[in-house]
Design a protein around this ligand. Structure first.
Ligand code: CTP
Ligand code: ZN
Length: 155
C-alpha cells in the first residue's frame, strides 16, 4: 500500500481489534466502556475495504492491551473480530474472540420483574442460543435478549 493510500497508520503499542463486521465499531467501543475521554489515542475506522470481507471496521487502542474479559465482551457485539496485541510495532499475540456458552455478570436482564433485577444477590446469567444474530436466554426468567438489548444493558 502506498503512502497515498495509507488510511490508518500502524501503532507502536496497544490493541488492534480487526475484522469487526462493518458497522459495529462503535458498538465495540461502547461495550469496552470507552468514552473518548481517555488520555490515549483511539482510532475508529468504519467501512474499510478488506480482502476477506467486502468492508470491515477496525478499532485501535494505543497504549493498552485488552484482558480476556474485555475480549469476551467484544464477542457479544463482534463475534468475528480478531484481537492483535501490538508491542514495539509487531503483532505479539493474536486472539480470536470467543463467546462462552454461558454469560454471567456482564449483562443485565431486560425483564424488570426478573429475580436478577430484584434486591436479591443474584448474578445475571444467560445461555447463548445463537451467536450471530445474537440471541441470549435468561437463566432465571427465560426472557430472550438480542444484540440491541445487550448494548443498553451491560455493566
Ligand atoms: N497493526 C497495527 N499496528 C502494528 C501492526 C499491525 O495497527 N504495529 C494492525 C494491522 O493494520 C492489521 C492488524 O493490526 O489491521 C493485524 O496485523 P497483521 O497481523 O500484520 O495483519 P494481517 O496479517 O492482515 O492479519 P489477519 O491475518 O488477522 O488479517
Ligand atoms: Zn431474566
Amino acid at each position: 500500500m502506498s503512502e497515498k493510500d495509507l488510511r490508518v497508520s500502524k501503532i507502536k503499542d496497544g490493541t488492534v481489534i480487526d475484522h469487526i463486521s462493518a458497522g459495529y465499531a462503535l458498538d465495540v467501543v461502547k461495550i469496552l466502556g470507552i468514552t473518548g475521554h481517555e488520555r490515549r489515542i483511539i482510532t475508529i475506522a468504519i467501512n474499510i475495504p478488506s480482502k476477506n470481507f467486502i468492508v470491515k471496521d477496525i478499532v485501535k487502542i494505543e497504549g493498552r492491551a485488552l484482558n480476556s474479559q474485555e475480549v469476551n465482551r467484544i464477542a457479544l457485539v463482534a463475534p468475528h473480530a480478531s484481537i492483535n496485541i501490538i508491542q514495539n510495532y509487531s503483532v505479539v499475540k493474536k486472539l480470536e474472540v470467543k463467546l462462552p456458552k454461558i454469560i454471567e455478570g456482564i449483562i443485565k436482564c431486560i425483564n424488570p420483574s426478573c429475580i436478577s433485577n430484584s434486591n436479591e444477590p443474584v448474578t445475571p446469567k444467560f445461555y447463548v442460543k445463537s451467536e450471530d444474530p445474537l440471541n441470549l436466554k435468561c437463566h432465571y426468567c427465560s426472557y430472550i435478549l438480542e444484540k440491541s438489548d445487550v448494548l443498553c444493558n451491560f455493566n
